[in-house]
Write a protein that binds this ligand. Structure first.
Ligand SMILES: [Zn+2]
Length: 267
């Protein structure tokens, strides 16, 4: 099992939490937030096998499952996990009820798991019911925000998606962004293609190329980093607007986002 442990020194309410990414399928990450004992939160288990392997190895059982949206690569392992760990609660938006969610969540809900509290943030766009979970400093954002990119707009509108990622961008700069896919390098190459003169992006491409060549994951990331290298969070900047052909006085920022997203879709 080639999983990665991060930030083992983050203390939440005096509990030492570990964040672990569990690779699944080609490029998915299932996240486990754990204190190594009774708090073991699994986010978006697209498949059960790698999760069960890891939990067995650590001799722990999941205390809850959180689902961000209905896609199978985020929910496909729910049934097998519920069979293996009977009675486990599965939190998710309405659209995940048919995928096994037992507790339906919506904007503003607080999920209290032992002494941790997860805030539910609705972020429609990739899917209409998509939610993110925020337990400072951790943000589990599914397919909304990726490192150097954002999710495709399958069900919502560009305006909705833009408002969703801006909602996430308003969280604290030290937020640890737990994305559900390893898309960073291709996102960065697109960003470098759009803004070749941006030295921060150019440097980060090289860093991530090195990291990936060593088999290391590029996530989690932080909001502070993303505000520098993620063009989808920089739609308000005039250099990017000009690059995309906008007269800076005539459009809404979400339209800049829409054009950038369309360019990425066909890149
Ligand atoms: Zn998805």
């Amino acid at each position: 099992m080639d999983y990665h442990l991060f930030m083992s020194n983050v203390n939440l309410k005096d509990i030492s939490m570990h964040l672990i990414s569990i690779p699944a399928f080609q490029d998915n990450y299932i996240w486990l937030l754990t204190n190594g004992q009774d708090i073991n939160v699994v986010v978006d288990p697209g498949e059960a096998g790698p999760v069960i392997d890891l939990l067995d190895k650590k001799s722990i059982a999941p205390s809850a499952i959180l689902l961000t949206h209905h896609h199978n690569d985020h929910t496909g392992g729910v049934a097998a996990l519920c069979e293996r760990y009977p009675g486990i609660e599965v939190y998710g938006p309405q659209e995940t009820q048919s995928k096994g969610a037992t507790k339906i969540v919506k904007e503003g809900d607080k999920i209290d798991l032992a002494s941790l509290s997860f805030q539910v943030i609705e972020v429609p766009g990739h899917t209409l019911g998509h939610v993110a979970y925020y337990c400072a400093p951790y943000l589990f954002c599914g397919d909304t925000l990726f490192s150097a990119g954002c999710g495709r707009i399958f069900e919502g509108t560009a305006k909705q998606m833009y408002e969703s990622i801006e909602k996430l961008a308003a969280l604290a700069d030290d937020t640890i962004v737990c994305c559900a896919h390893e898309y960073t390098l291709s996102n960065l190459r697109f960003a470098h293609h759009i803004l070749p003169e941006d030295s921060e992006i150019e440097t980060y491409v090289k860093q991530i190329e090195q990291l990936r060549s060593e088999g290391q994951p590029s996530v989690p990331t932080t909001l502070e980093k993303e505000k520098k290298i993620n063009l989808f969070l920089r739609c308000h900047q005039s250099d990017l607007q000009r690059k995309l052909g906008f007269n800076t006085t005539t459009m809404a920022t979400w339209q800049v986002f829409e054009r950038l997203r369309a360019l990425k879709d066909s890149y």
